[in-house]
Design a protein around this ligand. Structure first.
Ligand SMILES: [Zn+2]
Length: 256
């Protein structure tokens, strides 16, 4: 489902590339450092959210020159176009990110533009994000989850896919190329010597909702409307315990 299939203006594409490579990716690196150390403060979250939302505005600007894209529809389709992975309970991550940015920029959220989101999440305000011990939570009457890990983390990764020229920018805006967290994909050759790595990954998988492993995952404490969060294991669909075990013992026998 592409937005357009023509070449966008070179100057606009260069501007976008410069924004992605000089601003968005360096700030992603800083943001992921803070995330890894659980040292995210409210101003970090709003700043990075604004940087991500601004990239959306660039894409809408470029697309609007060559197509009749309407901003709301365009952003609504982002979540499908880029296959935003991670938490399945929040499947409108781009729209939520855009709405949080709007609530941050304006004293009052543009109610009409975000009426569908307000129906799901309740009124969105500057206070929808709350800091707690180095994490930033999205909180409303029926939702409570780690906003940085559930929403911003998978979106930030999408932009980091080595964009270099106008063609790349057009491919990116149309969702033909994008970065991804790689959940469900494992680059093993499935040879016997890969068995130990496969077992390590199977025993200590990352949670696809929050990106944390083992006890660091908070997801069981999260609330998504009618649903509770849970550890959502990133496991290899081709993993077979017996098979991998026999490969491990076979490798050991062989290496004696
Ligand atoms: Zn988790």
């Amino acid at each position: 489902m592409e937005v357009y299939n023509v070449k966008s203006e070179e100057e606009d594409a260069k501007y976008f590339l410069s924004y992605i490579n000089d601003v968005l990716i360096p700030s992603s690196d800083d943001f992921f450092d803070l995330l890894d150390d659980n040292k995210v403060l409210l101003h970090h979250a709003f700043s990075f959210n604004a940087i991500l939302a601004h990239a959306i505005d660039y894409m809408v600007f470029i697309a609007k020159k060559v197509t009749k894209a309407d901003r709301k529809t365009f952003i609504s389709e982002f979540d499908n176009r880029y296959h935003v992975d991670g938490c399945a309970h929040i499947n409108n991550k781009f729209r939520l990110l855009d709405a949080i940015n709007n609530s941050f920029k304006h004293v009052e959220l543009e109610q009409k533009r975000y009426s569908d989101l307000i129906e799901i999440y309740g009124d969105l305000t500057f206070h929808s994000l709350t800091p707690k011990e180095g994490k930033i939570f999205f909180e409303s009457s029926s939702y409570m989850f780690d906003y940085c890990r559930v929403v911003m983390r998978p979106i930030a990764v999408i932009f980091n896919c080595g964009l270099k020229n106008t063609n790349d920018v057009d491919d990116f805006i149309n969702g033909r190329i994008c970065g991804c967290t790689g959940y469900g994909n494992f680059d093993y050759d499935y040879e016997p010597e890969d068995a130990i790595d496969r077992m390590i990954d199977a025993c200590n998988p990352e949670c696809m909702d929050c990106g944390e492993a083992g006890d660091d995952c908070d997801c069981p404490n999260f609330i998504y409307g009618e649903n509770s969060g849970e550890f959502s294991s990133n496991t290899d669909p081709n993993f077979d315990f017996g098979d991998v075990m026999s490969n491990i013992s076979g490798t050991r026998e062989w290496s004696k």
